[in-house]
Every structure is written in structure tokens, then in C-alpha cells.
Design a protein around this ligand. Structure first.
Ligand code: BEZ
Length: 210
């Protein structure tokens, strides 16, 4: 069954490159990004896992734990990590789940039979501190992901979690944010006295709080 926004992220136990984990225990009350890649020792995946390793500070700064997954073994993940370090400048510094029996891939609907074989597609799940799924994205195997966009979405999700505000098209941190329809203008004017701007009754901007 597919996983929808707002669902609890299903829990599982699995072997990883950093030892066995229980997903919810491992994640605890952090944010997390759970992503699948099709196969070890493949070119696009190599660039993705290297980018994530080089960007780990950006995820740490946002209190986001990273965990990868493919249907390969821990041994394969470990051997491939050396190639990632050699070609991408950093080895994975986050756990990668070994899912040869496809238990987690099936739980998260990461195998799409129309996409060629029984390897996983490029799924991304962002999970909040409350263990609820906040974002799902699925990319085809042939397209490397834009993890800068995933960081941007996490910034937006964290603004919403902290303030209840929304973010407009192509928003970047520091730009004006949007008062969602469920906050009346009187309340918004009071809560966000600086920088409240009403272009239409339904299109209201405020400076990003904080
Ligand atoms: C890759 O990571 O390069 C890849 C994996 C599966 C299909 C196509 C590309």
C-alpha cells in the first residue's frame, strides 16, 4: 500500500552499514530522510551518495538524520563506499540499509515493477520528529535527485512546524512566507505585526519569523 503524507512512517528492523537498527529507535525524535537507490556500483547512485556524504553537515544543522537503502548486501555497500570516496571525495557517513529480501522496499513501496527489474526506484521520504511522513518524492532510476531541493523542502517544513506559516513558489530561506488560509487576517496582523502584506484577502505575506 502506498504511504501518504501524514501517515506514520512504518517501523522496521534492518541490517545497515552501521549495524542492525530499529528505524523508530534509530531516528528517535529527529527529522529523518529515508531514501532508496536502485543498485550499488552504478553511476548515478554513486554521485547521489557522494553528494549526501559531502552535504551531511547541512542535514545535521537541521537535525535531520540520513539513511539510505538498496536491495544489496552490507558487504556490497561497504565495498562500494570505497569507490564513492575515491570518485566523489567522501564516503557515506550515514547508514545504508541492506534489504536483499526486499522487506523494507516493499513496506515503503519502493519497487515499481514497470520500472524494469526488482531494484528500488529513487524514493525519498522525509519523516518528522513525530514519525509522520512529511514529504514523498519518487524519481525514475535514470534521473539523479536534486538533494538541494530536498534541503529546501526541509527548511520549508521546519518553518511550518515552528510557525504554521507556508512558503511560496521557489521560496528560499529568509524570503517572505505566506499566511495560510486557516489563519484569519486579524490574527496574522497581531502575530506578525512587522511585514504583514495583504495583496488579496487570500494572498498574504509576512517576513519569515526568526
Ligand atoms: C545509476 O545509478 O546509474 C542507475 C541505476 C539504475 C538504472 C539507471 C541508472
Amino acid at each position: 500500500m502506498s504511504i501518504r503524507l501524514g501517515d506514520e512512517a512504518p517501523n522496521f528492523k534492518a541490517d545497515t552499514t552501521e549495524g542492525p537498527i530499529d528505524f523508530h529507535d534509530w531516528k528517535a525524535d529527529s527529522w529523518a530522510i529515508l531514501f532508496s537507490h536502485p543498485k550499488d556500483y552504478t553511476p548515478v547512485c554513486t554521485t547521489e551518495l557522494g553528494f549526501l556524504a559531502r552535504s551531511k553537515d547541512e542535514f545535521d544543522r537541521r537535525n535531520v538524520k540520513i539513511i539510505g537503502l538498496s536491495v544489496d548486501s552490507v558487504e556490497d555497500h561497504m565495498g562500494w563506499a570505497e569507490d564513492i570516496a575515491e570518485t566523489q571525495g567522501a564516503a557515506p557517513n550515514y547508514p545504508i540499509i541492506a534489504d536483499p529480501d526486499m522487506a523494507v522496499s516493499e513496506l515503503y513501496d519502493m519497487i515499481h515493477p514497470g520500472e524494469g527489474d526488482t531494484s528500488t526506484v529513487r524514493s525519498v521520504f522525509v519523516v518528522g520528529p513525530d514519525n509522520k511522513v512529511k514529504l514523498t518524492i519518487t524519481y525514475p532510476k535514470s534521473t539523479g535527485r536534486n538533494f538541494e531541493e530536498i534541503l529546501r523542502v526541509i527548511d520549508s517544513l521546519q518553518v511550518t512546524a515552528a510557525t504554521g506559516l507556508a512558503t511560496p513558489v521557489n521560496w528560499q530561506p529568509g524570503e517572505k512566507v505566506i499566511v495560510p488560509p486557516d489563519i484569519p487576517s486579524d490574527e496574522a496582523r497581531e502575530r506578525f505585526s512587522a511585514g504583514f502584506e495583504e495583496k488579496k484577502p487570500y494572498l498574504r505575506y509576512v517576513d519569515q519569523p526568526g
